[in-house]
Design a protein around this ligand. Structure first.
Ligand code: NCD
Length: 334
């Protein structure tokens, strides 16, 4: 980073930082090189400082218009993006599918093209269909940022997780990270798998057999074969582990129940206070929303070694970083 993103104005273009990200859009972290992930995290650290100032905004995206297209319920991701955009002084428009022309039958393509005709620069999209953000890149000229698409990817979540881990340990390489729960339906797990293996962590996937991916090779390719292992036993996943990342059970994506009962799930895969007492250095993370008493015992959610609220704060900084770097990329990729 040659300039300070926290003070410089991208739009006026007085100085042109070489952000040099390889991708024009952020559709997923599959294929993102470690240098680009590191650049996002380093820039996010600078924006994280802005969030601690009395006046928490910078003029970096003044004159840039961002549309948040949220086709799926979301609280923290939507608010986090909106805050990030506002902290960067972008012009922000929010679009939700209910109460809009979508409920009158308009297609995603038509909605996007109509919004773009009003002159916008960036689109942040959440959609229940995997591939919707990629489809959008073929319909509009704006930069597209994926805020979660079906069970495919949720790249900004994995970036904020990576930032939180790096903040805690000073590195990601060599750490042992367990991702626990509904791996199969989780876009958070997919994006984290790509990011964490690229950054050199060792990942253990743990959950009921019915919620684990069958073809890991197909998901990750050859590169991560030695870095990822799978187990159905929680103790095996937690033993020697630095970070336990619990995932929400995605009832809405399962279609039918893939495990006997929530109580049984909690007994076998829920992280309990005893785990934190047994594994003294273990750190717990969760992307939210947490089902207390299911993925995490309620006293684990509030434990000092649970970083859930740090993740939320870092989410704003990471999204500021992504928006800032990708907005600048508009010029480089134009
Ligand atoms: C995640 C999501 O929506 O994919 N939540 C989030 O973005 N904070 C995880 C989840 O819904 O379980």
């Amino acid at each position: 980073m040659t300039t300070d993103p926290a003070s410089e104005n991208v739009q006026e273009g007085t100085s042109e930082p070489d952000t040099g990200l390889r991708h024009r859009h952020l559709l997923g972290l599959e294929g993102w090189p470690s240098e680009d992930i590191t650049r996002v995290l380093d820039t996010a650290v600078q924006f994280r400082e802005v969030l601690d100032r009395p006046i928490r905004s910078v003029p970096s995206l003044r004159g840039v218009t961002v549309v948040n297209l949220f086709y799926e319920p979301s609280t923290r991701t939507r608010i986090s993006f909106e805050l990030a955009e506002k902290r960067l002084s972008a012009d922000v428009v929010n679009f939700g599918s209910s109460g809009s022309s979508v409920s009158k039958g308009e297609t995603l393509r038509d909605t996007a093209r109509n919004i773009e005709a009003m002159k916008i620069d960036m689109v942040v999209v959440r959609h229940s269909s995997a591939g919707a953000p990629s489809f959008l890149t073929r319909c509009v000229n704006a930069v597209v940022i994926n805020a979660g698409d079906g069970a495919h990817e949720h790249p900004t979540q994995a970036l904020l997780d990576a930032m939180t881990i790096r903040q805690q340990f000073g590195r990601i390489r060599g750490l042992r990270i367990a991702i626990i729960g509904d791996i199969m339906h989780s876009r958070v797990a997919r994006s984290n798998l790509h990011a964490l293996t690229t950054m050199g962590a060792e990942v253990t996937l743990c959950g009921p057999a019915s919620l684990l991916p069958v073809h890991l090779d197909r998901l990750l390719g050859e590169k991560a074969r030695g870095q990822v292992r799978i187990t159905t036993r929680l103790e095996e996943a937690l033993d020697g582990c630095d970070v336990a990342m619990a995932l929400r059970i995605q009832m809405e994506r399962q279609g039918r129940s893939l495990f006997p009962s929530v109580r049984e799930y909690h007994e076998q895969f829920g992280i309990q206070l005893e785990h934190l007492e047994k594994y003294k250095d273990l750190i717990v993370m969760h992307p939210g929303p947490v089902n207390r008493g299911v993925e995490l015992a309620t006293d684990v959610v509030d434990h000092e070694r649970a970083l859930i609220l740090n993740q939320v704060t870092n989410g704003v900084a990471v999204r500021m970083s992504v928006l800032y770097l990708m907005a600048d990329g508009r010029k480089q990729h134009a």
